[in-house]
Design a binder for this molecule. Structure first.
Ligand code: ADP
Length: 292
């Protein structure tokens, strides 16, 4: 269990990136969802021992992640937002090199580990290819392979699917879910679907504050039966709805605006009640937070 208590961080310029965040994170996939600038990377960097918080604590079982950085690094797998690679090296050579750096000195053991990881991340066929020629998805999968080198107990993945095409994203998410059963995996993302598809538990942060925490299905309960949609043909009609109702989101469907509204009872003629989705929770929670 990862236990985070009251973490705060203010950057030198005065930005309060974390304002006292507490979270209990069990083994499995945990989604940390929030818009850009919410404080996700700051939290991830603190947990990955790359940044010192101003106050607060984080423990993985009995290990103090903030005080005992060396021990933390030994059991941590970290995939940062942008994973830099040496463009001219092959995947096999770099992974082998990183394994040596991690202290896996036994040649046979290392070979077995490196080859196994290249297979697990579906990079075996490309193992001799220079990393500079890898697609975004392949680089991210290589990032996972290197994060898994040390048989980590805590895996931190920061905004991994931004910039991946749908097929690459799918492959990447499947890979994450296959490793996320027995260890704590924290997936930081602004993409609601990443969390919906993958995570058994989630939290939302914005502006350095924790807004909600729970199982995705549980967060839906509060708005169940209260989401309504209507196709609105004109911009002016959409604007007038936005003034008179609590509009959750507007999507273009076949060139027309489909408006999703939060309402305890039917908002009026032409509206249909639909299943609440995690994206509705996301937008409503953010809107409520911004109003306060
Ligand atoms: P997220 O990962 O959710 O996009 P970040 O943790 O990167 O959010 O940023 C949180 C806030 O802290 C933002 O307002 C951002 O501009 C600010 N910030 C991040 N890094 C720094 C830094 N090194 N110096 C000053 N401000 C920073």
């Amino acid at each position: 269990m990862l236990s985070i208590q009251n973490l705060t961080k203010t950057y030198p310029g005065g930005v309060r990136a974390l304002k006292g965040v507490s979270l209990e994170i069990p083994p499995g996939m945990f989604g940390l969802l929030g818009p850009n600038g919410a404080g996700k990377s700051t939290l991830m960097k603190i947990l990955a021992t790359l940044l010192e918080p101003d106050s607060g604590s984080a423990h993985l079982d009995s290990l103090d992640l903030i005080a005992d950085k060396n021990a933390t690094r030994r059991l941590l797998g970290y995939l940062p937002q942008e994973f830099g690679v040496y463009p001219k090296m092959s995947a096999l050579d770099l992974l082998n090199h990183l394994a040596i750096m991690k202290g896996i000195t036994n040649r046979g053991e290392r070979k077995q580990l490196v080859e196994g990881l290249l297979q697990q991340t579906n990079l075996w066929d490309f193992r001799k290819k220079a990393l500079g020629g890898f697609s975004g998805g392949m680089k991210q999968r290589f990032g996972i392979a290197q994060a898994l080198l040390a048989n980590p107990k805590l895996i931190i993945v920061d905004e991994p699917t931004a910039g991946l095409d749908p097929a690459e994203r799918n492959r990447f998410l499947n890979l994450l879910s296959s490793i996320g059963r027995n260890v704590v995996v924290i997936l930081s993302t602004h993409i609601v679907d990443d969390v919906r598809e993958l995570c058994s538990r989630m939290a939302m942060i914005s502006n350095g504050e924790l807004l909600i925490e729970g199982a995705p299905a549980q967060t839906l309960e509060a708005i169940k039966g209260r989401i309504w949609t209507k196709i609105v043909p004109t911009d002016s009609e959409r604007e007038s709805l936005e003034k008179s109702m609590q509009v959750v989101s507007t999507h273009l469907v076949g060139g027309q605006h489909e408006v999703r509204v939060y309402s305890e009872s039917s908002p009026g003629l032409g509206f249909t009640q639909v299943d609440a989705e995690l994206e509705d929770v996301y937008f409503l929670t953010l809107a409520r937070h911004q109003r306060n």
